[in-house]
Design a protein around this ligand. Sequence first.
Ligand code: NDP
Length: 403
Amino acid sequence: MGKVLVVGAGGVSSAAVHKMAMNAEVFTEITLASRRKFKCDEIAASVKTRTGIEIATAELDAMDVAATVALIRQTGAELLVNLALPYQDLVLMDACLEAGCHYLDTANYEPEDNAKFEYHWQWAYQDKFREAGLTAILGSGFDPGVTSVFATWLRKHKLDGIRQIDILDCNGGDNGQSFATNFNPEINLREVLADARHWEQGDWQVTPAMTHNVAFDFPGVGEKNMYLMYHEELESLSTHFPEIERARFWMTFGDAYITHAKVLQNVGMTRIDPVMHNGQEIIPIQFLKTLLPDPGDLGALTKGKTCIGDIATGPAKDGSGEKTYYIYNICDHEVCYAEVGSQAVSYTTGVPAMIGASMVLKGLWREAGVWNMEQLDPDPFMEMLNTQGLPWEVHELSGPVEF
Ligand code: NDP
């Protein structure tokens, strides 16, 4: 159906590209480009072994717009899938506009020196994409991504609007490391150590990072402590579904992770501003990333399951009063590794990136402009989740959450 250019060759990209190759009738030609070509070649070799599909590889610095434009033209890609880092979002959107290519990513733009998690930089491209007749899909991972599609599906089929929503992200996996992050350590720690903000009664309520936690019994995983955090889909959901009175995001962490993160923060190792070291400028969090395990290498070591989903409350469509639903996916680290050679956090991000990309290539999500996932028709995406390794369940709860 179409040619795709994937940028970035980390853990998420590897899972997404394997799944694209497994859907070769949609992804007729795949090119994988990244800063270091050997990373692309390693993924291409694994794809060839597992699926028999050949993919092209290239070296690309995504910060170089002219080089990206040239590569889009050379490959004839209809869609660029950005699985590099949030710092590259705007330059890749610029390259897509110049070369006439659709765009999709999994994380909102971030300036390197300021951890904000805000959409306004990318929303400012709305008119440019609309006028160019091109589609940009923002945040097609699991969270953001599937969690927003889940909310839209509930709003389309079960609820006449969402009064309150809690997004619950549980990783019950164990990788045997003293301290490791499940996706890019720099992005993960910036996110986890930011102030916890949630939306309540028309405003943001701010609490210090990692201070508010509750125990929750996750389906398929069991009881875990989850912490209130800020996450970017809270901004887009509360903007696009203005009836939402309260929106919160929770993520599970073990005690050892919290202790390590706090110590690293206290000693300055998570700073994102440059410091002088032996006459050379370094950014501590980037140095820390060099020391930590590469999340892409954790696949073989990780056992256990993830459970990510939404609990949403609102007036029932059938007029039967207020209803609460819990909609979620359970994913097994070892099953993911057997299928594509990745742990479940890369898989649960890479598969929705592939599904979002196929929505664009199939012409199902093709309206010109810049869109968050909750603005698009959830039904074909939800169908593909079930057939592509991320089946979901929905259950009615007895009432709104008490925590
Ligand atoms: P990795 O660090 O494993 O991979 C990032 C890749 O991007 C690396 O191959 C890196 O190259 C490449 N890259 C970085 N800078 C450039 C550049 N200037 N030009 C070209 N390539 C570049 O990250 P992950 O795979 O863990 O995460 C990828 C993305 O997915 C991130 O944006 C992350 O925030 C997002 N994510 C989204 C989730 C969701 O559910 N929505 C969940 C998890 C992650 P090199 O190898 O040379 O460093």
